[in-house]
Design a protein around this ligand. Structure first.
Ligand code: UT7
Length: 330
């Protein structure tokens, strides 16, 4: 019997930003403390890119690592999907710069995808649909974020949380009984104002005034986002496992968006998957938005923490508010 066509992750990679910004460093910038940040978020330090680096540089590095692990060449790629809210430019797509930097050929279709911190899950879902429909065979999905360039370093509500970095995966069509089992995506568009970069787009074009008021920087109503995160991620987790006739017990590893340790503890309690099964690295990176899942995945993968046939649950939520899940048999 021929099995169903699936999209399988065959390579992972990451870019680790060079500079480390500790909680102690932040104490010098805003009225905060190492103790508050650790207790309320679980973050000790975050990594920031150096001035010569753009989102596409980090993405290209992560993708090159993923291609190498996959045993694929840049020209094998049919598509590059780049999740980012911090593109190199408004136009063209960051994915086009990535294509150029890795030297992929013109038959590769490269585009960006805007779903904030859920960008990687949305990208994975898009890649899965292209692969299953037969429109693409080998696809790269990247999350790359240079959030430090969009940070108000005087706003303690946001500047303590975020970091820079990129992660990538290479997927290919496979008839083996392994790969992406399901993806689910949602957006609650009543909540668009909770997390945003107000200016720099068509609604509020960049002007000397918007820049002076730091309106090109991230603004977030953290407490509200937190509340929705625990509820929506728990519900998405249950949908993911139940859709596949599984229970939370069947999940070997949770690779979730790394926004706040307390959010993940809330999800862990609600869905009854112990914290030992969660990949955690937010302590060292902070919140890297769409990059956080592929970075955590790559680190778990290279550390030998994922075995063949393991069930992986991916979860993310961010601006939109958009969220989603993916269940994968490795
Ligand atoms: O990646 C996209 C999704 N994003 C998230 O998932 C982030 C979700 N939100 C969060 O992670 C948390 O809400 C935060 C870490 C942002 C904030 O933690 P919280 O426990 O929700 O704190 P809060 O906003 O309720 O603030 C509690 C207190 C406030 O003081 P008062 O009003 O009680 O006097 C804040 O002014 O803590 C104060 N505060 C701070 N104190 C020291 C807020 N930020 C800081 C800070 N240092 N950096």
């Amino acid at each position: 019997m021929t099995s169903e066509m699936r999209s399988r992750i065959i390579g992972t990679g990451k870019y680790q930003a060079q500079r480390i910004l500790s909680n102690a460093d932040l104490e010098k910038l805003v009225d905060t403390s190492d103790e508050w940040i650790r207790e309320r978020t679980g973050i000790r330090e975050r990594r920031l890119a150096t001035e010569d680096v753009a989102s596409s540089d980090m993405a290209a590095h992560a993708l090159q690592e993923a291609l190498q692990m996959a045993g694929k060449q840049p020209n094998d790629l049919d598509m590059i999907i780049c999740g980012t809210v911090t593109p190199d430019r408004m136009l063209p797509a960051t994915a086009a710069y990535v294509q150029k930097k890795i030297g992929a050929s013109n038959h590769c279709a490269s585009f960006d995808l805007s779903a904030a911190c859920a960008g990687f899950i949305y990208g994975l879902s898009a890649a899965d649909a292209y692969i299953k429909s037969g429109k693409a065979k080998t696809v790269a999905v990247i999350g790359t974020e240079l959030l430090s360039r969009f940070m108000d370093w005087g706003d303690r509500n946001t500047c303590i949380l975020f970091g820079d970095g990129a992660g990538a995966v290479v997927l290919t069509a496979d008839t083996a009984d392994r790969g992406i089992l399901s993806t689910h995506q949602y957006t609650n568009a009543e909540l668009t104002e909770l997390l945003k970069i107000p200016a720099g787009g068509s609604l509020q074009p960049a002007s000397p005034e918007t820049v002076a008021a730091n309106q090109h920087c991230i603004q977030m109503e953290g407490r509200e986002v937190f509340r929705y995160a625990v509820r929506y991620l728990s519900s998405a987790a249950m949908t993911a496992v139940e859709t596949n006739g599984k229970t939370p017990d069947d999940v070997n590893l949770v690779v979730a968006h790394q926004a706040n340790l307390r959010i993940l503890e809330g999800v862990s309690q609600r869905v009854k998957i112990p914290m030992e099964r969660f990949v955690l690295n937010l302590e060292y990176y902070g919140n890297t938005s769409s990059a956080s899942i592929p970075i955590a995945l790559d680190e778990a993968n290279r550390a030998g923490r994922i075995r063949e046939d393991d069930i992986l649950l991916m979860l993310a939520l961010g601006g939109g508010i958009s969220w989603g899940s993916a269940l994968i048999k490795w």
